[in-house]
Design a protein around this ligand. Structure first.
Ligand code: BGC
Length: 448
Protein backbone atom coordinates (compact mmCIF):
# COMPACT_ATOMS: atom_id res chain seq x y z
CA UNK A 1 0.00 0.00 0.00
CA UNK A 2 1.37 3.44 -0.92
CA UNK A 3 1.81 6.11 1.75
CA UNK A 4 -1.17 8.02 0.37
CA UNK A 5 -3.35 4.92 0.43
CA UNK A 6 -2.37 4.13 4.04
CA UNK A 7 -3.21 7.71 5.01
CA UNK A 8 -6.56 7.48 3.28
CA UNK A 9 -7.28 4.13 4.93
CA UNK A 10 -6.60 5.57 8.38
CA UNK A 11 -8.69 8.63 7.63
CA UNK A 12 -11.58 6.37 6.60
CA UNK A 13 -11.33 4.21 9.72
CA UNK A 14 -11.29 7.25 12.00
CA UNK A 15 -14.23 8.79 10.15
CA UNK A 16 -16.24 5.56 10.42
CA UNK A 17 -15.59 5.39 14.17
CA UNK A 18 -16.91 8.95 14.53
CA UNK A 19 -19.96 8.09 12.44
CA UNK A 20 -20.60 5.13 14.67
CA UNK A 21 -20.81 7.43 17.68
CA UNK A 22 -22.89 9.91 15.73
CA UNK A 23 -25.57 7.42 14.63
CA UNK A 24 -25.69 4.91 17.50
CA UNK A 25 -28.77 4.83 19.69
CA UNK A 26 -27.97 3.16 22.99
CA UNK A 27 -30.39 1.26 25.19
CA UNK A 28 -30.62 4.14 27.77
CA UNK A 29 -31.35 6.51 24.87
CA UNK A 30 -34.13 4.23 23.62
CA UNK A 31 -35.69 4.15 27.10
CA UNK A 32 -35.43 7.92 27.37
CA UNK A 33 -37.07 8.39 23.95
CA UNK A 34 -39.87 5.96 24.94
CA UNK A 35 -40.55 8.00 28.06
CA UNK A 36 -40.49 11.36 26.29
CA UNK A 37 -42.69 9.98 23.54
CA UNK A 38 -45.23 8.81 26.11
CA UNK A 39 -45.20 12.25 27.76
CA UNK A 40 -45.76 13.91 24.38
CA UNK A 41 -48.70 11.54 23.73
CA UNK A 42 -50.30 12.59 27.02
CA UNK A 43 -49.72 16.26 26.22
CA UNK A 44 -51.30 15.86 22.76
CA UNK A 45 -54.28 13.93 24.17
CA UNK A 46 -55.05 16.63 26.71
CA UNK A 47 -54.64 19.50 24.24
CA UNK A 48 -51.31 20.74 25.63
CA UNK A 49 -48.66 22.05 23.25
CA UNK A 50 -46.21 19.49 21.91
CA UNK A 51 -44.97 17.67 18.82
CA UNK A 52 -47.69 14.97 18.70
CA UNK A 53 -51.03 15.95 17.16
CA UNK A 54 -52.93 12.87 18.44
CA UNK A 55 -55.69 13.16 15.83
CA UNK A 56 -59.04 11.38 16.33
CA UNK A 57 -60.22 8.95 13.64
CA UNK A 58 -63.87 8.53 14.66
CA UNK A 59 -63.33 4.79 14.42
CA UNK A 60 -62.81 1.94 16.82
CA UNK A 61 -61.47 -1.52 16.07
CA UNK A 62 -63.62 -3.59 13.64
CA UNK A 63 -65.55 -6.64 14.78
CA UNK A 64 -64.38 -8.76 11.83
CA UNK A 65 -67.99 -9.17 10.71
CA UNK A 66 -68.22 -6.01 8.58
CA UNK A 67 -69.11 -7.11 5.05
CA UNK A 68 -69.89 -5.95 1.52
CA UNK A 69 -68.16 -4.60 -1.58
CA UNK A 70 -66.15 -1.38 -1.34
CA UNK A 71 -63.85 0.72 -3.41
CA UNK A 72 -60.60 1.54 -1.62
CA UNK A 73 -58.30 4.35 -2.72
CA UNK A 74 -54.89 4.38 -1.12
CA UNK A 75 -53.18 7.73 -1.63
CA UNK A 76 -49.68 7.14 -0.29
CA UNK A 77 -46.36 8.89 -0.50
CA UNK A 78 -45.36 7.43 -3.88
CA UNK A 79 -48.34 5.67 -5.50
CA UNK A 80 -52.06 5.79 -5.66
CA UNK A 81 -53.65 2.35 -5.51
CA UNK A 82 -57.28 1.77 -6.36
CA UNK A 83 -58.92 -1.55 -5.50
CA UNK A 84 -62.28 -3.19 -5.34
CA UNK A 85 -62.47 -5.06 -2.07
CA UNK A 86 -64.95 -7.58 -0.76
CA UNK A 87 -65.22 -7.91 3.01
CA UNK A 88 -66.45 -11.43 3.64
CA UNK A 89 -66.86 -11.31 7.42
CA UNK A 90 -65.13 -13.84 9.76
CA UNK A 91 -61.98 -11.71 9.36
CA UNK A 92 -61.68 -12.54 5.64
CA UNK A 93 -60.96 -10.02 2.88
CA UNK A 94 -60.83 -10.52 -0.89
CA UNK A 95 -59.27 -8.02 -3.28
CA UNK A 96 -61.02 -8.51 -6.60
CA UNK A 97 -59.53 -5.77 -8.79
CA UNK A 98 -56.52 -3.59 -8.30
CA UNK A 99 -54.63 -0.83 -10.05
CA UNK A 100 -51.56 1.14 -9.01
CA UNK A 101 -50.04 4.25 -10.55
CA UNK A 102 -47.11 6.47 -9.59
CA UNK A 103 -47.84 10.04 -8.45
CA UNK A 104 -44.70 11.21 -10.20
CA UNK A 105 -43.71 9.85 -13.58
CA UNK A 106 -40.00 8.88 -13.54
CA UNK A 107 -39.92 9.92 -17.22
CA UNK A 108 -40.92 13.45 -16.16
CA UNK A 109 -44.25 13.67 -18.03
CA UNK A 110 -46.26 14.49 -14.86
CA UNK A 111 -45.71 15.14 -11.15
CA UNK A 112 -48.75 15.42 -8.88
CA UNK A 113 -46.52 16.11 -5.85
CA UNK A 114 -45.13 19.37 -7.25
CA UNK A 115 -46.25 22.98 -6.87
CA UNK A 116 -47.11 23.08 -10.58
CA UNK A 117 -50.25 21.14 -9.78
CA UNK A 118 -53.35 22.06 -7.70
CA UNK A 119 -55.37 19.84 -5.36
CA UNK A 120 -58.23 19.95 -7.85
CA UNK A 121 -55.96 18.53 -10.58
CA UNK A 122 -54.57 15.92 -8.23
CA UNK A 123 -58.04 14.65 -7.30
CA UNK A 124 -59.02 14.71 -10.96
CA UNK A 125 -56.13 12.29 -11.55
CA UNK A 126 -57.42 10.09 -8.72
CA UNK A 127 -60.95 10.12 -10.15
CA UNK A 128 -59.56 9.11 -13.55
CA UNK A 129 -57.86 6.07 -11.93
CA UNK A 130 -61.16 5.15 -10.25
CA UNK A 131 -63.07 5.49 -13.55
CA UNK A 132 -60.42 3.28 -15.18
CA UNK A 133 -61.00 0.53 -12.63
CA UNK A 134 -64.77 0.49 -12.16
CA UNK A 135 -66.27 2.38 -15.13
CA UNK A 136 -68.74 5.25 -14.90
CA UNK A 137 -71.85 3.22 -14.02
CA UNK A 138 -70.47 1.83 -10.75
CA UNK A 139 -72.47 2.25 -7.55
CA UNK A 140 -70.25 1.54 -4.58
CA UNK A 141 -69.18 3.16 -1.28
CA UNK A 142 -65.60 4.41 -1.29
CA UNK A 143 -63.03 4.59 1.49
CA UNK A 144 -60.00 6.86 1.03
CA UNK A 145 -56.68 6.30 2.73
CA UNK A 146 -54.95 9.66 2.81
CA UNK A 147 -51.40 9.40 4.16
CA UNK A 148 -51.00 12.91 5.53
CA UNK A 149 -52.04 14.69 8.72
CA UNK A 150 -55.72 15.61 8.60
CA UNK A 151 -57.98 17.19 11.17
CA UNK A 152 -61.00 14.88 11.26
CA UNK A 153 -64.34 16.61 11.79
CA UNK A 154 -66.26 13.43 10.95
CA UNK A 155 -65.36 10.14 9.25
CA UNK A 156 -66.13 11.78 5.88
CA UNK A 157 -64.71 15.24 6.62
CA UNK A 158 -60.93 15.45 6.79
CA UNK A 159 -59.06 18.73 6.44
CA UNK A 160 -55.42 18.55 5.35
CA UNK A 161 -53.35 20.22 8.09
CA UNK A 162 -50.18 20.39 6.00
CA UNK A 163 -48.27 18.35 3.44
CA UNK A 164 -45.38 16.17 4.56
CA UNK A 165 -42.85 14.00 2.63
CA UNK A 166 -41.86 17.02 0.49
CA UNK A 167 -45.26 17.26 -1.28
CA UNK A 168 -45.92 20.74 -2.62
CA UNK A 169 -49.24 20.41 -4.49
CA UNK A 170 -50.97 23.80 -4.35
CA UNK A 171 -54.41 24.72 -2.97
CA UNK A 172 -54.83 21.56 -0.92
CA UNK A 173 -53.61 22.48 2.58
CA UNK A 174 -56.53 23.58 4.73
CA UNK A 175 -59.05 21.97 2.31
CA UNK A 176 -61.60 19.25 2.94
CA UNK A 177 -60.07 16.22 1.21
CA UNK A 178 -63.29 14.26 0.90
CA UNK A 179 -64.99 17.24 -0.72
CA UNK A 180 -62.16 17.55 -3.26
CA UNK A 181 -62.60 13.85 -4.04
CA UNK A 182 -66.40 14.12 -4.21
CA UNK A 183 -66.20 17.03 -6.65
CA UNK A 184 -63.67 15.21 -8.84
CA UNK A 185 -65.90 12.10 -8.93
CA UNK A 186 -68.85 14.24 -10.02
CA UNK A 187 -66.80 15.85 -12.78
CA UNK A 188 -65.93 12.35 -14.06
CA UNK A 189 -69.59 11.32 -14.03
CA UNK A 190 -68.98 8.80 -11.23
CA UNK A 191 -72.27 9.70 -9.52
CA UNK A 192 -72.73 6.26 -7.94
CA UNK A 193 -69.35 6.24 -6.17
CA UNK A 194 -69.93 7.59 -2.64
CA UNK A 195 -66.88 8.70 -0.65
CA UNK A 196 -67.95 7.81 2.90
CA UNK A 197 -64.70 7.54 4.87
CA UNK A 198 -61.23 9.11 5.02
CA UNK A 199 -58.54 7.46 7.14
CA UNK A 200 -54.82 7.75 7.73
CA UNK A 201 -52.69 4.88 6.34
CA UNK A 202 -51.62 3.85 9.87
CA UNK A 203 -55.30 3.56 10.80
CA UNK A 204 -55.93 1.45 7.68
CA UNK A 205 -53.09 -0.86 8.63
CA UNK A 206 -54.42 -1.29 12.16
CA UNK A 207 -58.01 -1.87 10.97
CA UNK A 208 -56.86 -4.54 8.49
CA UNK A 209 -54.87 -6.45 11.11
CA UNK A 210 -57.60 -6.07 13.73
CA UNK A 211 -60.24 -7.41 11.28
CA UNK A 212 -58.78 -10.87 11.95
CA UNK A 213 -56.63 -10.44 15.07
CA UNK A 214 -58.18 -9.46 18.43
CA UNK A 215 -54.79 -8.43 19.86
CA UNK A 216 -54.04 -5.80 17.20
CA UNK A 217 -54.06 -2.38 18.86
CA UNK A 218 -51.16 -0.50 17.22
CA UNK A 219 -50.66 0.27 13.51
CA UNK A 220 -47.56 1.75 11.95
CA UNK A 221 -46.18 2.73 8.56
CA UNK A 222 -42.47 2.40 7.87
CA UNK A 223 -42.30 3.45 4.23
CA UNK A 224 -41.77 6.67 2.30
CA UNK A 225 -43.05 8.33 5.48
CA UNK A 226 -43.39 7.19 9.05
CA UNK A 227 -46.23 7.31 11.56
CA UNK A 228 -48.06 5.24 14.17
CA UNK A 229 -51.63 4.98 15.48
CA UNK A 230 -53.15 3.02 18.35
CA UNK A 231 -56.45 2.21 20.00
CA UNK A 232 -56.91 4.73 22.82
CA UNK A 233 -59.06 3.13 25.51
CA UNK A 234 -60.03 6.43 27.16
CA UNK A 235 -60.00 9.32 24.70
CA UNK A 236 -60.70 12.54 26.63
CA UNK A 237 -64.27 13.73 26.18
CA UNK A 238 -65.46 10.45 24.62
CA UNK A 239 -67.34 7.46 25.91
CA UNK A 240 -65.61 4.58 24.18
CA UNK A 241 -62.26 3.59 22.66
CA UNK A 242 -61.09 5.32 19.51
CA UNK A 243 -58.15 4.88 17.15
CA UNK A 244 -55.83 7.89 17.44
CA UNK A 245 -53.45 8.93 14.66
CA UNK A 246 -50.38 10.03 16.63
CA UNK A 247 -48.58 11.68 13.67
CA UNK A 248 -45.43 10.41 15.33
CA UNK A 249 -43.23 11.48 12.40
CA UNK A 250 -43.33 14.98 13.90
CA UNK A 251 -41.75 13.82 17.20
CA UNK A 252 -38.65 15.83 18.00
CA UNK A 253 -37.21 14.88 21.38
CA UNK A 254 -34.33 13.12 19.62
CA UNK A 255 -30.52 13.10 19.54
CA UNK A 256 -29.99 14.81 16.17
CA UNK A 257 -26.55 15.27 14.61
CA UNK A 258 -25.10 17.69 12.03
CA UNK A 259 -26.25 15.53 9.10
CA UNK A 260 -29.83 15.54 10.42
CA UNK A 261 -29.67 19.32 10.82
CA UNK A 262 -28.40 19.78 7.28
CA UNK A 263 -31.08 17.51 5.83
CA UNK A 264 -33.74 19.33 7.81
CA UNK A 265 -32.54 22.74 6.60
CA UNK A 266 -32.64 21.73 2.94
CA UNK A 267 -36.14 20.19 3.32
CA UNK A 268 -39.44 21.77 2.28
CA UNK A 269 -40.48 22.31 5.93
CA UNK A 270 -37.48 22.80 8.25
CA UNK A 271 -38.19 22.05 11.89
CA UNK A 272 -41.09 19.69 11.10
CA UNK A 273 -41.26 15.88 10.91
CA UNK A 274 -37.90 15.43 12.64
CA UNK A 275 -38.42 11.74 13.48
CA UNK A 276 -39.65 11.06 9.95
CA UNK A 277 -36.54 12.71 8.52
CA UNK A 278 -34.35 10.41 10.62
CA UNK A 279 -36.15 7.15 9.87
CA UNK A 280 -38.21 7.08 6.70
CA UNK A 281 -37.55 5.94 3.13
CA UNK A 282 -38.09 9.43 1.68
CA UNK A 283 -35.05 10.74 3.59
CA UNK A 284 -32.66 7.86 4.36
CA UNK A 285 -30.98 7.92 0.95
CA UNK A 286 -30.36 11.66 1.13
CA UNK A 287 -28.96 11.31 4.65
CA UNK A 288 -26.59 8.67 3.33
CA UNK A 289 -25.51 10.99 0.49
CA UNK A 290 -24.72 13.76 2.99
CA UNK A 291 -22.59 11.39 5.05
CA UNK A 292 -20.71 10.07 2.01
CA UNK A 293 -20.19 13.62 0.71
CA UNK A 294 -18.70 14.61 4.04
CA UNK A 295 -16.25 11.69 3.92
CA UNK A 296 -15.33 12.69 0.38
CA UNK A 297 -14.71 16.29 1.55
CA UNK A 298 -12.44 14.92 4.28
CA UNK A 299 -10.54 13.18 1.50
CA UNK A 300 -11.10 9.63 2.71
CA UNK A 301 -13.69 8.44 0.18
CA UNK A 302 -14.05 8.75 -3.61
CA UNK A 303 -11.65 11.69 -3.90
CA UNK A 304 -9.21 10.86 -6.66
CA UNK A 305 -5.91 12.69 -6.82
CA UNK A 306 -6.34 15.83 -8.90
CA UNK A 307 -9.94 14.85 -9.67
CA UNK A 308 -13.17 16.71 -9.02
CA UNK A 309 -15.77 15.65 -6.51
CA UNK A 310 -17.93 12.99 -8.21
CA UNK A 311 -21.01 14.75 -9.59
CA UNK A 312 -23.55 12.32 -8.19
CA UNK A 313 -22.42 13.15 -4.65
CA UNK A 314 -23.06 16.84 -5.19
CA UNK A 315 -26.64 16.60 -6.41
CA UNK A 316 -29.46 16.14 -3.91
CA UNK A 317 -31.45 12.91 -3.86
CA UNK A 318 -29.09 10.83 -5.99
CA UNK A 319 -29.06 8.12 -3.31
CA UNK A 320 -32.31 6.38 -2.41
CA UNK A 321 -33.42 3.89 0.22
CA UNK A 322 -33.53 1.30 -2.59
CA UNK A 323 -29.82 1.88 -3.22
CA UNK A 324 -29.13 1.41 0.48
CA UNK A 325 -31.08 -1.83 0.43
CA UNK A 326 -29.06 -2.99 -2.55
CA UNK A 327 -25.82 -2.17 -0.71
CA UNK A 328 -26.98 -3.98 2.43
CA UNK A 329 -28.04 -7.09 0.53
CA UNK A 330 -24.77 -7.30 -1.40
CA UNK A 331 -23.25 -10.53 -0.17
CA UNK A 332 -20.95 -10.97 -3.17
CA UNK A 333 -17.21 -11.25 -2.57
CA UNK A 334 -15.69 -7.78 -2.71
CA UNK A 335 -19.15 -6.14 -2.85
CA UNK A 336 -19.24 -6.69 -6.61
CA UNK A 337 -22.92 -5.68 -6.85
CA UNK A 338 -22.31 -2.33 -5.15
CA UNK A 339 -19.21 -1.78 -7.30
CA UNK A 340 -21.21 -2.41 -10.49
CA UNK A 341 -23.96 0.00 -9.39
CA UNK A 342 -21.42 2.75 -8.58
CA UNK A 343 -19.65 2.25 -11.88
CA UNK A 344 -22.91 2.23 -13.84
CA UNK A 345 -24.64 5.18 -12.20
CA UNK A 346 -21.73 7.40 -11.21
CA UNK A 347 -18.78 6.19 -13.25
CA UNK A 348 -16.81 5.56 -10.06
CA UNK A 349 -14.32 2.71 -9.78
CA UNK A 350 -14.51 2.12 -6.03
CA UNK A 351 -11.83 0.36 -4.02
CA UNK A 352 -12.77 -2.40 -1.59
CA UNK A 353 -12.44 -0.29 1.62
CA UNK A 354 -14.71 2.32 0.02
CA UNK A 355 -17.33 -0.28 -0.81
CA UNK A 356 -17.11 -1.72 2.71
CA UNK A 357 -17.51 1.82 4.11
CA UNK A 358 -20.73 2.30 2.11
CA UNK A 359 -22.01 -0.95 3.58
CA UNK A 360 -21.17 0.24 7.11
CA UNK A 361 -22.86 3.62 6.60
CA UNK A 362 -26.05 2.06 5.17
CA UNK A 363 -26.09 -0.33 8.11
CA UNK A 364 -25.61 2.48 10.69
CA UNK A 365 -28.48 4.53 9.22
CA UNK A 366 -30.85 1.56 8.94
CA UNK A 367 -30.09 0.42 12.47
CA UNK A 368 -30.66 3.90 13.85
CA UNK A 369 -33.95 4.14 12.00
CA UNK A 370 -35.17 0.80 13.40
CA UNK A 371 -34.10 1.66 16.96
CA UNK A 372 -35.80 5.06 16.91
CA UNK A 373 -39.05 3.55 15.63
CA UNK A 374 -38.86 0.77 18.24
CA UNK A 375 -38.34 3.33 21.02
CA UNK A 376 -41.48 5.23 20.01
CA UNK A 377 -43.48 1.99 19.84
CA UNK A 378 -42.25 1.23 23.35
CA UNK A 379 -43.63 4.64 24.34
CA UNK A 380 -47.05 3.67 22.94
CA UNK A 381 -46.98 0.32 24.76
CA UNK A 382 -46.02 2.05 28.00
CA UNK A 383 -49.19 4.09 27.62
CA UNK A 384 -51.41 1.12 26.75
CA UNK A 385 -50.13 -1.49 29.15
CA UNK A 386 -47.09 -0.46 31.24
CA UNK A 387 -46.46 -3.93 32.65
CA UNK A 388 -47.30 -5.66 29.39
CA UNK A 389 -49.83 -7.94 31.04
CA UNK A 390 -51.67 -8.48 27.74
CA UNK A 391 -50.76 -9.55 24.24
CA UNK A 392 -50.37 -6.78 21.65
CA UNK A 393 -50.01 -6.91 17.89
CA UNK A 394 -48.28 -4.02 16.15
CA UNK A 395 -49.43 -4.10 12.51
CA UNK A 396 -46.80 -2.73 10.14
CA UNK A 397 -47.01 -1.77 6.48
CA UNK A 398 -44.75 0.22 4.18
CA UNK A 399 -41.91 -0.26 1.71
CA UNK A 400 -39.13 0.14 4.27
CA UNK A 401 -40.52 -2.64 6.46
CA UNK A 402 -41.33 -4.87 3.48
CA UNK A 403 -38.29 -4.30 1.31
CA UNK A 404 -35.35 -2.67 3.09
CA UNK A 405 -32.77 -5.37 3.72
CA UNK A 406 -32.47 -6.08 7.44
CA UNK A 407 -34.88 -3.37 8.59
CA UNK A 408 -37.58 -5.72 9.94
CA UNK A 409 -35.19 -7.86 11.99
CA UNK A 410 -33.39 -4.81 13.35
CA UNK A 411 -36.77 -3.52 14.55
CA UNK A 412 -37.59 -6.85 16.22
CA UNK A 413 -34.15 -6.96 17.81
CA UNK A 414 -34.54 -3.43 19.18
CA UNK A 415 -38.00 -4.26 20.57
CA UNK A 416 -36.60 -7.35 22.29
CA UNK A 417 -33.83 -5.23 23.79
CA UNK A 418 -36.27 -2.65 25.17
CA UNK A 419 -39.01 -5.00 26.36
CA UNK A 420 -36.66 -7.71 27.68
CA UNK A 421 -38.55 -10.58 29.36
CA UNK A 422 -41.94 -9.10 28.29
CA UNK A 423 -40.96 -9.01 24.59
CA UNK A 424 -42.98 -12.18 23.91
CA UNK A 425 -46.16 -10.21 24.63
CA UNK A 426 -45.66 -8.11 21.52
CA UNK A 427 -46.04 -9.44 17.97
CA UNK A 428 -44.93 -7.41 14.95
CA UNK A 429 -47.21 -8.32 12.08
CA UNK A 430 -46.40 -7.47 8.50
CA UNK A 431 -49.74 -6.22 7.15
CA UNK A 432 -49.05 -5.92 3.47
CA UNK A 433 -51.38 -3.52 1.63
CA UNK A 434 -53.15 -3.08 4.96
CA UNK A 435 -53.24 0.68 4.59
CA UNK A 436 -55.51 0.40 1.52
CA UNK A 437 -57.66 -2.53 2.64
CA UNK A 438 -58.38 -0.64 5.84
CA UNK A 439 -60.21 2.02 3.81
CA UNK A 440 -62.79 -0.62 2.84
CA UNK A 441 -63.17 -1.63 6.49
CA UNK A 442 -63.56 2.02 7.49
CA UNK A 443 -66.23 2.49 4.83
CA UNK A 444 -68.09 -0.50 6.31
CA UNK A 445 -67.63 0.55 9.94
CA UNK A 446 -69.93 2.23 12.36
CA UNK A 447 -69.04 5.84 13.09
CA UNK A 448 -68.43 6.44 16.77
C1 BGC B 1 -47.69 11.57 7.34
C2 BGC B 1 -48.57 10.57 8.04
C3 BGC B 1 -48.46 9.22 7.36
C4 BGC B 1 -47.01 8.81 7.23
C5 BGC B 1 -46.83 7.47 6.53
C6 BGC B 1 -46.28 11.05 7.16
O1 BGC B 1 -45.53 11.91 6.38
O2 BGC B 1 -47.65 12.78 8.06
O3 BGC B 1 -49.91 10.99 8.08
O4 BGC B 1 -49.17 8.28 8.11
O5 BGC B 1 -46.30 9.78 6.50
O6 BGC B 1 -47.31 7.49 5.24
Amino acid sequence: MSERETEKHECLNTALRTLHECFSITMPQMLDIAEKFHEAMLAGLTGRKGPLKMLPSFLSIPTGEESGMFLAVDFGGTNVRVSLIKLLGHGKIRVSKKNSVLLKDPGGSYDYTSSDVTGRELFCFLAAQIAGLVGSGAAVPLGLTFSFPTEMHALDKAVLIGWTKEFKTRMTEGRDINLLLHEALQRHGLHGVKPVAVINDTVGTLLTAAYGDPHADVGSICGTGHNTCYLEPLPPGRHGPMVINIESGNFDGLPVNDFDRELDLQSEKPGGQILEKMVSGRYLGELMRLVVLDLAHQGCLFQRKGGDMPGFLCQTNTFSAEHMSLILSDKTAGFAGTAAWLKGSAGIEAALPELAALHTIASLLTTRSARLVAATWAGVLRHLDPLLKNQHTIAVDGSLYEKMTGFAWRLREAMDEILQDRAGQVTLKSTRDGSGMGAAIAAASEII
